[in-house]
Design a protein around this ligand. Structure first.
Ligand code: C2E
Ligand code: MG
Ligand code: MG
Ligand code: MG
Length: 275
C-alpha cells in the first residue's frame, strides 16, 4: 500500500506517529493530574474456589475515568505510568486504597478471603518496596494475612536473587504471592522452584480458546501440572464459558476468575460474593 500511495503515504505515516506521541504526552500529563485529583478508583473481581465456587478473594483492578479523556483502560495507561516512573505513586495509592477497602469490609463483619493487588515490575524492584508495604499495612491496620500480591515473571527473572530475597520477606509477613500472566514471560523453571511463591495464574491468552485450540489447551494442562508438581496453587483467569470452566476444573485447576462468574465491580455491588 505504501508503494502505491507514493510520497503521500510517507507523510501519512509520519503524521500518525506524531499523533500517537502527542496522544502519549497528553496521557502522561493527564496521569499526573489524575493522581492529584483522585480520578482513579478500584474495582474488584471475585476469585473463587473451583470446586466449591466459594469466594476465596478479590483482585483489585485500577480504573481511570478522566473528566476530559473519558475512560482509559489500564492496558494503555499502566505501561505509560511505568515509562514515566509514575507507577510507584500510583501503585502506593492502589495498595493503600485496597487495604482501606479491606479494613472497611472487616469493620462490616464481611469475610472476603484475600485482596490481591497487582504490582508492576518497576515498583517491586525498588529497594524501598518491602518497607512501603509494611508501612501501608500498619498505617491502615490491614492484616498481611489478608493480602495477596500479583507479580510478573519478568520481575522475578531480571534479578532472581534479589527477587527471592524480597519475596521471602513479604511471604514471611503472611502475604500470599502469585505469578500473574504465567506463561507469557520467560520463567526459568529452576528459579521458579526456588522462589517463595504460592500461586501461578495461567494467562488468559491460553484460557481463551480452550478446549478448541489444541496448543493452548495443552499449555493450560501443562501449567497446572507444573504448578502442582512445585506445590503451587494454580488459578485460571479470564474464564468466560462453561466449556472452559469444565475443562480447567477437570484438569485440577484450584481457583478461577472470569466474566462467567463476575466482572470486576465496585465494592458495593459485590455483596453476594462477600460472606
Ligand atoms: P491482569 O492483572 O492479568 O488482570 C486481568 C484482566 O483481565 C483485567 O483487565 C480484568 O478485568 C480482565 N478480565 C477478568 N476476567 C475476564 C474475562 O473473563 N474475560 C476477559 N476478556 N477479561 C477478563 P483490566 O482490569 O483491564 O487490567 C488489565 C491489566 O492491567 C491487568 O492484567 C494488570 O496487568 C494491569 N493492572 C490493572 N490494575 C492494576 C494495578 O492496580 N496495578 C498494576 N501494576 N497493574 C494493574
Ligand atoms: Mg492480575
Ligand atoms: Mg493476569
Ligand atoms: Mg493480564
Amino acid at each position: 500500500r505504501a508503494k502505491q500511495d507514493g510520497r503521500n503515504s510517507y507523510a501519512f505515516y509520519t503524521e500518525s506517529l506524531t499523533l500517537e506521541s502527542r496522544e502519549h504526552l497528553k496521557l502522561q500529563s493527564a496521569l499526573h493530574v489524575a493522581l492529584e485529583e483522585g480520578n482513579f478508583h478500584l474495582v474488584y473481581q471475585p476469585k473463587l474456589n473451583f470446586n466449591s465456587l466459594k469466594t476465596v478473594g478479590f483482585e483489585a483492578l485500577l480504573r481511570w475515568e478522566d473528566p476530559v479523556l473519558g475512560v482509559i483502560s489500564p492496558g494503555i495507561f499502566i505501561p505509560i505510568a511505568e515509562k514515566i516512573g509514575l507507577i510507584n505513586s500510583i501503585g502506593s495509592w492502589v495498595l493503600r486504597e485496597a487495604c482501606q477497602q479491606g479494613v472497611k469490609w472487616i469493620g462490616q463483619g464481611k469475610t472476603f478471603g484475600r485482596i490481591a493487588v497487582n504490582v508492576a515490575g518497576q515498583q517491586i524492584k525498588r529497594s524501598s518496596f518491602v518497607d512501603e508495604v509494611k508501612q501501608i499495612l500498619s498505617e491502615t491496620g490491614f492484616p498481611a494475612q489478608s493480602l495477596e500480591l500479583e507479580v510478573t515473571e519478568s520481575f522475578m527473572m531480571s534479578d532472581p536473587e534479589a527477587a527471592a530475597r524480597d519475596l521471602r520477606v513479604l511471604g514471611d509477613l503472611g502475604i500470599e504471592l502469585s505469578v500473574d500472566d504465567f506463561g507469557t514471560g520467560y520463567s526459568s523453571l529452576n528459579y521458579l522452584k526456588k522462589l517463595p511463591i504460592h500461586k501461578l495464574k495461567i494467562d488468559q491468552s491460553f484460557v481463551r480458546d480452550i478446549p478448541v485450540d489444541a496448543n493452548n489447551t495443552a499449555i493450560a494442562k501443562a501449567v497446572i501440572a507444573l504448578g502442582h508438581a512445585l506445590n503451587l496453587q494454580v488459578v485460571a483467569e479470564g474464564v468466560e464459558t462453561e466449556l472452559q470452566a469444565d475443562f480447567l476444573r477437570e484438569s485440577g485447576c484450584d481457583e478461577v476468575q472470569g466474566y462467567l462468574y463476575s466482572r470486576p465491580q465496585l465494592p458495593e455491588d459485590l455483596q453476594k460474593f462477600l460472606l
